[in-house]
Design a protein around this ligand. Sequence first.
Ligand code: KIV
Ligand code: ZN
Length: 498
Amino acid sequence: MSKEKVYIFDTTLRDGEQVPGCQLNTLEKIEVAQSLELLGVDIIEAGFPVSSPGDFTSVVEISKAVNQPTICALTRAVEKDIDVAADALRFAKHPRIHTGIGVSPHHMKYKFNATPEQIVERAVAAVKYAKKYVEDIEFYAEDAGRSENRFLAKVIEAVIAAGATVVNIPDTTGYCLPDEYGAKIRYLKENVKNIDKAIIATHCHNDLGLATANSIAGVINGARQIECTINGIGERAGNTSLEEAVMIINSHKRLSLETSINTKRLYPTSRLVSTLMRMPVQANKAIVGRNAFAHSSGIHQDGVLKKRETYEIMNPKQVGVNESSIVLTARSGRAALKHRLTSLGYKLDQKELDEAYKEFLDLADKKREVHNDDLMALMGKTARHDRKIQLESLQVLCGKSAIPTATIRLKYEGQTWEGTDTGNGPIDAAINAVKTIITTKTTLEELLIHTITRGSDDMGKVHVQVESKGKVFYGFSANTDIITATIEAYLEALSQVV
Ligand code: KIV
Ligand code: ZN
């Protein structure tokens, strides 16, 4: 059976941009628009030109910068708004004017103080006026979610007769239940005589967390355009999330629907919008959240490693997420550790794996998540258990107004040795303490401590170079305690000298 197309109308730059504190400048909007074009959206709502000079300029510039998608500009059912929108769209290759008026009892009475008949008249007049400028006219019936279906059908029939090519049925306040919203769309399909001359659009807000469910109920019942935003951003609780709507259509083949979205661009586009709008994506957000494809419990990790589909209904690569879906934490098992180490190029036999796993658990207890860098550091550390000088214990006293003092216990040549010394800081004191035991003449040529990048619980990674009799010896270690890491690295280098 051939699939029917659902048009994706992105309103990130209009409804999405209404989020307080998320305003973008024109250049940023162009960047988002170009990313939406790459993503494959059919329509970009670029702004509400009469609302501000900034919005006007953005619609002009986006019209110039984008070729493929239709560029849409919002207006009220007011001639001045429509004039300004048409002017802003003058460079658009495919322009659309989006005009409309409130149709619910609340809107008609309190916002417009108008009778239903007057509302129909104004709606028709706006569509006819806009039609002077462009062929593609979308009409929105604001607060359709709370409107009475018979009256809504009357308005929709009248605006289609006046030339509307798309009719938008917004659940402006996010009030509808999915079956109710779906029934509303079905009602229009069945009761508006000329409905086959227009595309029905869903435009759902997320006040009750139902925006995506309502949009899908809408297309199941005959709508063929979904209005949505990247990451579901928008006023209050936001709009339908583009990535969710698209992946639902993509995943449920029995709907026999398709979109033109390049799903591999979903994640990069989500990151771009989140960064530019300074609006973090919640970690558990469907499709694009940090944890959307992350498995951290041992049982799930084992299942996913045996067959991904055990715990995943989508391949992360399909939505542009390339990272490993296995998060290494204290709850991970040997299977997950082995899998990650193998992908990093380490081949371990069972004994080596057991040893690495013990060290991994020690580290995972100290850190929330173990990263590839940590594992590489760990492997560097675990591979050198046979070195000549072993660190048994280290205690360091330091801090403001303390004299840095270290006491160290080493195992060397079958004996345990203890030494104490001071220094100009804790590392210097610890190295001096080692020197009270290992007296072979060496020079510490380089000591590199990697800066912490992921937080205060991260590992310190230390490289040292020790010179002896004209030769250089290297040592490396890593630990959440950087003084211990330094001494371990130092002892590794010294072990090659003595
Ligand atoms: O939510 C809404 O009703 C709208 C219209 C202006 C389309 O955003
Ligand atoms: Zn809206």
